[in-house]
Ligand binder design. Structure first.
Ligand SMILES: Cc1ncc(COP(=O)(O)O)c(C=O)c1O
Length: 443
């Protein structure tokens, strides 16, 4: 599929009809940024029901890691579906689940033996991490970061501190979570100079939260995104993760890396924590792990996964078809797609950086591999957030046949399938250039 290639105004007639039906039957809580109605996908291209073809830099929210319907993943799914669809790993055994646990043990950034708990989503994987941390440590409290996203179930939502609307009307959430500033070096929360800073944002955690609010010996876990995703694709300096890991070690607190968005090859390494010289105790993953089949995993050090039979389980978690898809996905990521993300990602980012002089709206270009964010500002000095302009750029990209999503209040995120080619990245950058020009002219 050659993309982008547009045949109709957007939405086309078939898409418009489906969207009208959706409005009267589907929950209004979903946030649809533009009217895309997919009919099929292939690689990094998506065709809608009216025959318009888009270049996909959204990947179903950073999920379709191996591209849409990769033949090897589809083959693994079909073969497994033909054998059996379900037997519940809670009550019985099946080899694909065991094999996936073994393979995950090989790729997670934890030295030594690990064990895996299987769930269906990122939120569920984080729920499992919350429960394991409390159970293992026999401590009641958790630390999480402002701006973070960990899911929307009541436990995960208590960790999430991304957008107030996600919590509004649902409080009180699970008690016992304390939030502290994340390292946002473009907008330092403590006014430090990023060039000389030693992760001073963590002084707030050390000197305020752990002194005035909660005793460190009552904290079970610190939950952190190695690169903050929904919060704006923020890449912290290595010192942030190093200091955090040292703090966790000092007080016997478990370090829990939420790699739901940053993991599975997206950053050019299998897990984003590999960019930092830090080893977590628990890693959660979902999204890209099975190329679009629902699967969440919580991987912990063997010594930490100490709960007894019956403590936690899930009927569908680690479904055999999802496990088969994950095994095929991880094979492709290890073979070449994580490396492709690193190569195409740096080419992509260089192309975006080349636009900085031309477009005053660009405040910051950041990311690793194919996890790239561009923060838009009205003024580079004041860094006033260009929120409506960001939304306008996303619409202008869609009209040009490129799918992107926002992240944070005013960043555009590029999270394409990891099969993206250099030439497709150049097409996206050219569209972004045009979209910025259009929005800047309208200002
Ligand atoms: C870092 C992170 N954790 C957890 C989640 C929740 O995943 P899910 O939507 O599969 O529950 C997300 C989703 O965006 C995420 O980005």
């Amino acid at each position: 599929m050659d993309a982008p290639r547009l045949k109709t105004p957007l939405p086309g007639p078939k898409a418009a009809a489906i969207i009208a039906r959706d409005a009267s039957s589907v929950s209004p809580s979903y946030t649809r940024p533009y009217p895309l109605v997919i009919a099929r996908g292939q690689g990094a291209s998506v065709e809608d029901v009216d025959g318009n073809v888009f270049l996909d830099c959204a990947a179903g929210i950073a999920v379709t890691s191996t591209g849409h319907s990769h033949p090897e993943v589809v083959k693994a799914i079909v073969e497994q579906a033909g054998r059996f669809l379900h037997m519940s790993g809670t009550d019985f055994y099946y080899e694909p689940q065991v094999r996936l646990a073994e393979v995950l043990g090989e790729v997670v950034p934890i030295q030594g033996a690990t064990k895996v708990f299987f769930a269906n989503s990122g939120a569920e994987a984080n729920e499992a991490a919350i429960k394991l941390a409390k159970h293992h440590e026999r401590r009641p409290y958790l630390i999480a970061f402002l701006g973070s996203f960990h899911g929307r179930t009541m436990g995960a939502l208590a960790l999430t501190a991304s957008r107030a609307v996600q919590r509004a009307g649902f409080g009180p959430t699970m008690p016992g979570v304390f939030h502290t500033p994340y390292a946002n070096c473009y907008r330092c929360p403590v006014g430090a100079n990023p060039d000389s800073c030693q992760a001073e944002c963590l002084a707030f955690l050390e000197d305020q939260v752990l002194v005035h609010l909660v005793s460190p010996d009552e904290v079970a876990g610190i939950v952190v995104e190695p690169i903050q995703g929904e919060g704006g694709y923020l890449v912290p300096p290595a010192a942030f993760h190093e200091r955090l890991a040292a703090l966790a070690r000092q007080y016997g607190i478990l370090l829990i890396a939420d790699e739901v968005q940053s993991g599975m090859g997206r950053t050019g390494r299998m897990f984003a924590m590999e960019h930092f010289a830090v080893e977590p105790d628990i890693v959660t993953s979902a999204k890209g792990i099975a190329s679009g089949m629902p699967l969440g995993v919580m991987v912990a050090r063997d010594s930490v996964m100490s709960w007894p039979p019956g403590a936690h389980a899930s009927t569908f978690g680690g479904n055999p078809v999802s496990c088969a898809a994950a095994l095929a996905t991880i094979g492709l990521l290890r073979d070449h797609l994580a490396a492709n993300a690193a190569d195409v990602g740096s080419h992509f980012m260089a192309g975006l950086r080349d636009l900085v002089d031309k477009h005053p709206l660009i405040g910051d270009v950041r990311g690793r591999g194919l996890m790239i964010g561009v923060e838009l500002v009205r003024d580079r000095q004041t860094k006033e957030r260009a929120v409506t302009e960001r939304d306008g750029v996303i619409q202008a990209m869609f009209r040009r046949g490129v799918l992107v999503l926002g992240a944070g209040r005013n960043a555009v995120r590029f999270s394409p399938p990891l099969v993206l080619t250099r030439s497709q990245a150049e097409t996206v950058v050219a569209c972004f250039d045009e979209a910025l020009t259009e929005v800047e002219k309208g200002q």
